[in-house]
Design a protein around this ligand. Structure first.
Ligand code: FES
Length: 281
């Protein structure tokens, strides 16, 4: 029987819209509605779900398919990975797409273990050490400051303790829920100055190549890796995490990383840091 999850009232009246008046949704409905980023109110209302509870297969802490799949539902004709919907992501897919980019980058929405993710490829190994003025993106390992401006720590503090947090084969994957109201930010979901194919260093809000949340226009820089802190909205617990930087908009902080590995050329996510993905609980 399909597992069902309680749907709490949303800040707006989106809950009824999601489930046609029902107050629970099952995993299939979550997938169907949760990725409908064209309807921001739906994704905002789904943000109150306990996503951490569905990161792993029901009844299991191990097993499960670690492979990340492309998710292009509703965008099959416009996303570069539209024809690959629900196919396993491979590094070769991103390398080929980035070759068409002025910045050496490519990104794609995906699904992993039932939750939305975004994978970004940056030709770091090719362009790190070249002049930043050439506009070629590379990863930046940065200090992090919480929403009050208080210093939290440096990305490398966490990466030294667990090197799997470093980009793997020029790839990073982030949990795809906005830290504002839990919509699903995307890679080039829309065309604007924040998503254009340009790059500037520093993790600021200038330049393009941002992940963009269409609900209230938050921006995230997938090339700027930092340590920051966030909060589980259900129990108030705070936690430090490694993630990509918030560049602008109402989101208080950036998006947490999901460490990855390559299995052959297939991108797999690792389940070590599920506590980092609880802020929408
Ligand atoms: S949910 Fe408001 S900006 Fe993303």
């Amino acid at each position: 029987m399909a597992r069902e999850y309680d749907l709490k009232p949303a800040p707006s009246d989106g809950a009824d819209a999601v489930a046609g008046g029902a107050t629970t949704i099952n995993r299939r409905q979550f997938l169907r509605y949760g990725f409908n980023t064209a309807a921001g109110v739906l994704t905002a209302s789904l943000g109150v779900l306990g996503f951490a509870a569905i990161l792993l297969p029901p009844g299991g802490g191990g097993g499960g398919d670690l492979a990340v799949q492309f998710w292009a539902k509703g965008r099959e004709d416009e996303a570069w990975y539209g024809a690959k919907h629900l196919q396993p992501m491979t590094k070769a897919d991103f390398v080929a797409e980035a070759a068409k980019s002025a910045t050496g980058t490519a990104g794609a929405a995906g699904v992993w273990n039932g939750v939305p993710v975004v994978v970004n490829y940056v030709e770091h190994s090719k362009y790190a050490g070249t002049p930043e003025s050439n506009g070629k993106a590379r990863f930046q390992f940065m200090e992090g400051y919480d929403e009050t401006g208080k210093y939290v720590g440096h990305f490398e503090d966490l990466a030294e303790a667990d090197p799997r947090l470093m980009p793997s084969d020029d790839l990073v994957m982030v949990f795809g829920r906005c830290t504002h109201l839990c919509c699903i930010p995307g890679w080039q979901l829309v065309s604007n100055s924040f998503t254009e194919d340009s790059w500037t260093p520093g993790g600021g809000d200038d330049g393009g190549t941002k992940m963009f949340c269409i609900c209230h226009s938050s921006r995230f820089d997938p090339t700027a890796l930092e340590m920051n802190t966030n909060r589980n909205r259900s129990n108030g617990a705070t936690f430090n995490y490694a993630g990509i930087r918030r560049a602008g908009g109402p989101a208080p902080v950036g998006l947490p990383l999901i460490p990855i590995q390559l299995n052959g050329d297939v991108i797999e996510g690792l389940t070590d840091y599920i506590d980092w993905y609880t802020y929408c609980d």
